[in-house]
Ligand binder design. Structure first.
Ligand code: DOR
Ligand code: ZN
Length: 432
């Protein structure tokens, strides 16, 4: 099978390519990048006006399988990812049972190989059952293909256990993805602490509940030399702490979600639970700090990750304090990044692609995020100028829990190609 992509703007930050030309895919690989390729192909895609870029890599999704298939499955979550331009996604272990053993890693990998339309890399739990009592077999999970470890959904409360986990992750050559939240400081809150929470009579979650654990985890990474990646940074404090740590040489990276760089707690009305997630939407000041951190990161310390967290309509229809935390994100991430950050003047096209593909690949230490000739053809073709209105009913995810239904976006994913196969094309999934 040969696919010829004509006249797109090929942006491949890994080798500095940024030019309008053609790209030929043969089998699973990029065969040729040149002007006016005339070779006959089975499919010709006219990409004029579009960007042809390395497929996006999401370090943070919840696929919910096994155990919560009514929220999402490996298959439906992978379809949502494909619709978002993602060619590789890393799935969090807070399923039922928890992904905390080599066998569970293998289970997810095999199921994904059979059913997923994008590459799925499982993340193992730090502790058995995510109970925070005993470490999981990190070494063997890594050998079976765990791309990282994480206790996402919460922090490892016991610092000594986390330290031992970091040392094992370091030995296994995988990063630790940290959900930073001090449970005692969260204290049962359900939205950002401040004026709006007060006016709604809702219990607030302070910034320090995040910052305290970011500090702790950075210090433990510093002493162990482990690779630390901070999940969903939502506060000004988090980005300042990360910057300071990197300046003194600590191997720490971080992610910012599209919802945290787009919305502040001003959208919370206490009724629509699609504004409820963990960490919560913060103040305008925090949002500005996150956008500026993305803008000022020139060395690959930051990525955009979704924390795609599907829940059922029934669960999300509960009263605000008792509804589950989390929103879906795979299918709106590029649209939000393009609208808010690229058109918003915070990131250039190249920087956007770095944060959605190149940097995540580097953090995982995988040979992806680079569409040089000879590499695997994991490619997204996006139209940065296309305007559309987000419609949650069109999502491939089982979860419709988004605060962005009706959002006016500028920037859309048109094609997603995984290993030389077109898996998403103009609103349709090809899963055969
Ligand atoms: O909002 C969230 N939802 N944050 C998390 O950390 C976990 C996630 C979930 O699993 O639903
Ligand atoms: Zn998460």
């Amino acid at each position: 099978m040969k696919i010829l992509i004509k006249s797109g703007r090929i942006i491949n930050p890994s080798d500095g390519t940024d030019k309008i030309c053609d790209l030929l895919i043969k089998g699973s690989q990029v065969e040729l990048i040149a002007e006016n390729i005339t070779e006959k192909a089975d499919r010709v895609i006219d990409a004029s006006g579009m960007w042809v870029v390395p497929g996006f890599i999401d370090l943070h999704v919840h696929l919910r399988e096994p155990g919560f298939e009514y929220k999402e499955t490996i298959k439906s979550g992978s379809m949502a990812a494909a619709a978002g331009g993602y060619t590789t996604i890393c799935c969090m272990p807070n399923t039922k049972p928890i992904i905390d053993s080599p066998m569970m890693i293998e289970y997810v990998k095999l199921k994904a190989e059979k059913e997923a339309v994008v590459n799925v890399l499982p993340i193992g739990a730090v502790t058995l059952g995510q109970k925070g009592e005993e470490l999981a077999d990190i070494e063997k999970m890594a050998l079976k293909g765990a791309c990282a470890i994480s206790e996402d959904g919460k922090s490892v409360e016991n610092a000594f256990l986390l330290k031992k986990g970091m040392l094992l992750a370091k030995k296994a050559g995988i990063p630790v993805l940290s959900h930073c939240e001090d449970k005692s400081l969260v204290n049962g809150g359900c939205m950002n602490e401040g004026k709006i929470a007060n006016s709604l009579g809702l219990k607030g979650i302070s910034n320090d509940s995040e910052d305290v654990i970011v500090s702790r985890d950075i210090l433990i990474a510093e002493s162990t030399g482990a690779r630390l990646h901070i999940c969903h940074m939502s506060t000004k404090g988090s980005v300042m702490l990360l910057k300071a740590a990197r300046e003194r040489g600590v191997d720490v990276t971080g992610e910012i979600t599209p919802h945290h760089f787009t919305l502040s707690d001003s959208v919370v009305d206490g009724a629509d639970t699609n504004t409820k997630m963990n960490p919560p939407l913060r103040s305008e000041k925090d949002v500005e700090a996150l956008k500026n951190a993305l803008k000022n990161d020139k060395e690959g310390a930051l990525v955009i990750a979704t924390d795609h967290a599907p829940h059922s309509a029934e669960e999300k229809s509960r009263p605000y304090p008792s509804a589950p935390f989390g929103i879906v994100g795979s299918e709106t991430a590029f649209a939000l990044a393009s609208t808010e950050l690229y058109h918003g003047g915070y990131l250039t096209a190249k920087e956007l692609i770095e944060k959605m593909s190149v940097n995540p690949a580097k953090i995982l230490g995988i040979k992806k995020g680079d569409i040089s000739v000879g590499n695997i053809a994991d490619i997204a073709i996006v139209d940065p100028e296309k305007e559309f209105v987000v419609d949650k009913e069109k999502f491939f995810s089982k979860g419709k829990n988004t605060p962005f239904d009706g959002y006016k976006a500028k920037g859309a994913v048109e094609y997603t190609i995984v290993g030389g196969k077109i898996v998403f094309e103009k609103g349709k999934i090809n899963d055969n």
